[in-house]
Design a protein around this ligand. Structure first.
Ligand code: ASP
Length: 592
């Protein structure tokens, strides 16, 4: 927030509740705001008057004409107070309040509006259910923490805009009423009254429009864009979310990374944190090997180690069996995890089973000795090699997964997260950014058996691997990258296909013939026919970013009017039924 207090003077107030200090002593001021709290001290009434900018103490003395009104006022009454600013003598000053040096001795108190008794206490620590908070969101947003989140969110969008405008990006709005496209999630659709039986789809992202803008010669586009995805909701998902959406022409992956890194520096500088590019980057395949996740939290050092070589002649069926089937044996160390109980070990085993593992081998190293129910299957040479590979010290435990790489990686990745949560290892840094690069272009769709895109159907293959599209499409890496911050996938983007031939080739692998491509993606492929420039971009989750910066558990705490996990807005009561006349106009009949 700026300190431009003069700009906040209005016809109803001279100052805000957050700006008066000892230098204002003696002035007569008028403040407006809500009654936050009231105390009666030996017959004198003290009111804490609150607005967005702070809290000021107002005093009503028993001999004053305002006393009666002060007594009448209740929490969240809207008041307008005129009075003289008086310095609070040293011992009375409240160091916890920015306006603690003064109080306002009221000469008039006007009640601008009354309030019903509150459904919950606005004090930060009151244990209020989220349902109640969402139903009375207007009250919830009066809380300091929530108001601060929204103000910071607003300020950071200004920082982003300034940064991008300085780089000559143009902010261009793309349609919200558009057509259904394959982006991986379900669409929200809107019936078209003028076209019976036809529907618009709300955009899952502005992807195709931003690409077409590049084909229109716009060179650099951005938008704080609203995206709609009809997915199962979790705490970090909302049916509509905001994305910092960029697209640039005549660029490679590094050009886009530089713009994003500079933007993150600007955003973090605003909150007094230093973040500098270039951010570390890793190949997707390496990140899966080392961290078992494509969004590892690199604030922590824990690493998965390949141990297949150690166990290549293992007598332990679990290991030899996995290796014989082309699988891997990989391990992760938990520093201090030897203190885990058998019950803890069982819980960790259950965890990896959820990720497809058949079981989990664990060994504790205590008082210079290994200890494990499966120790007898691991010979001394293997034990020694394991100890060295993972740098095992007294008090540590080692967890081993033996399976196909595609199973072992996510199991150990989940275990890594759990070990971090339980062991709380030292943080290497506060903000750990990571670029994960070169995801596979295609993967097999489990349902249809066809090739499908891993991230985005418009992503280009790595030029030097494009030739494998004909012979080995599953092994073609792409120009797709993710940006990860503290274990959260913050954004995703790519360098795109810009020739129709390449785009059609990739769609063909996904089972779309030319005719289908023309039908479903007419807009983008037609534009590719007329001199589409090389281009690429990224979309970054704005709610998530603000959530991380504000340290909230749920992104709902950084969205003014979020929805519940069942997609409802408890305040406006959306979604709702519509009346028969509206349905008829839309040519829709509801199945009873
Ligand atoms: N359309 C992508 C997404 O929404 C972002 C991008 O590739 O630019 O994740």
């Amino acid at each position: 927030m700026t300190n431009n207090n003069a700009s906040k003077k209005t016809s109803l107030r001279t100052h805000t509740c957050g700006e008066l200090n000892a230098s204002n002593a003696g002035q007569t001021v008028t403040l407006t705001g809500w009654m936050d709290a009231k105390r009666n001290h030996g017959g004198v009434v003290f009111i804490n008057l609150r607005d967005l900018y702070g809290v000021t103490q107002v005093v009503a003395r028993p001999d004053s004409p305002v006393f009666k009104t002060a007594e009448e006022a209740k929490n969240e009454y809207v008041l307008r107070v005129t009075g003289k600013v008086t310095a609070r003598p040293g011992s009375n000053a409240n160091k916890n309040m920015t306006t603690g040096e003064i109080e306002v001795d009221a000469s008039t108190i006007e009640i601008l509006n009354i309030s019903q008794p509150l459904p919950f206490d606005l004090g930060e620590h009151a244990g209020v259910s989220e349902e109640t908070r969402l139903k009375y969101r207007f009250l919830d947003l009066r809380r300091e923490r929530m108001a601060k989140n929204l103000v910071l969110r607003s300020r950071l969008s200004q920082v982003i805009r300034n940064y991008l405008y300085d780089l000559d990006f143009n902010e261009i709005e793309t349609p919200l009423l558009t057509r259904s496209t394959p982006e991986g999630a379900r669409d929200f659709v809107v019936p078209s009254r003028n076209n019976p039986g036809e529907f618009y789809a709300l955009p899952q992202s502005p992807q195709q429009f931003k690409q077409v803008l590049m084909m229109s010669g716009m060179d650099r586009y951005f938008q704080l864009a609203r995206n709609f995805r009809d997915e199962e909701l979790r705490s970090d998902r909302q049916p509509e979310h905001t994305q910092i959406d960029l697209e640039m022409s005549f660029v490679d992956e590094q050009d886009i990374a530089k713009v994003v890194e500079g933007m993150m520096s600007a955003i973090f500088a605003h909150i007094g944190e230093e973040v500098k590019g270039p951010f570390p980057e890793m190949e997707f395949s390496d990140v899966m090997l080392k961290y078992g996740s494509d969004k590892p939290d690199l604030r922590y050092a824990l690493e998965i180690k390949e141990c297949s070589d150690i166990f290549k002649a293992s007598a332990f069926k679990v290991f030899s069996g996995a290796l014989a089937e082309g699988g891997v044996v990989r391990a992760i160390k938990g520093e201090g995890a030897a203190a885990f109980s058998r019950g803890d070990m069982d819980k960790l085993t259950e965890l990896v089973k959820k990720f497809g593992a058949k079981g989990l081998v664990w060994l504790r190293f205590k008082d210079g000795k290994w200890e494990s129910p499966t120790l007898k299957f691991i010979n001394e040479a293997e034990q020694a090699a394991l100890k060295e590979r993972l740098d095992v010290k007294d008090g540590d435990a080692v967890f081993i997964a033996a399976d196909k790489a595609a199973v072992a990686a996510p199991c150990l990745g989940a275990l890594r997260n759990e070990l971090i949560a339980r062991l709380k290892p030292a943080k290497l840094k506060k903000w750990a950014f990571l670029w994960v690069r070169h995801f596979p272009l295609l993967e097999k769709d489990a349902e249809t058996g066809n090739w499908t895109f891993t991230h985005n159907p418009f992503t280009a293959p790595l030029p030097e691997e494009a030739h494998k599209l004909d012979t080995d499409p599953g092994n073609v890496r792409s120009c797709q990258y993710d940006l990860v911050l503290n274990g959260v996938e913050l954004g995703s983007g790519s360098v795109r296909n810009h020739t129709r031939a390449m785009q059609e080739k990739i769609f063909a692998l996904m089972g779309y013939d030319k005719e289908q491509v023309q039908k479903r993606f007419a807009m983008i492929v037609n534009a590719m026919d007329f001199g589409a420039p090389p281009h690429g971009g990224i979309g970054m989750g704005y709610d998530r970013l603000i959530g991380i910066i504000c340290g909230t558990e749920s992104i709902r705490d950084v969205i003014a009017f979020p929805k519940t996990t069942s997609g409802a807005c408890l305040m406006s009561d959306a979604p709702s039924v519509i009346d028969d006349r509206q349905l008829k106009e839309l040519h829709i009949e509801i199945k009873k």
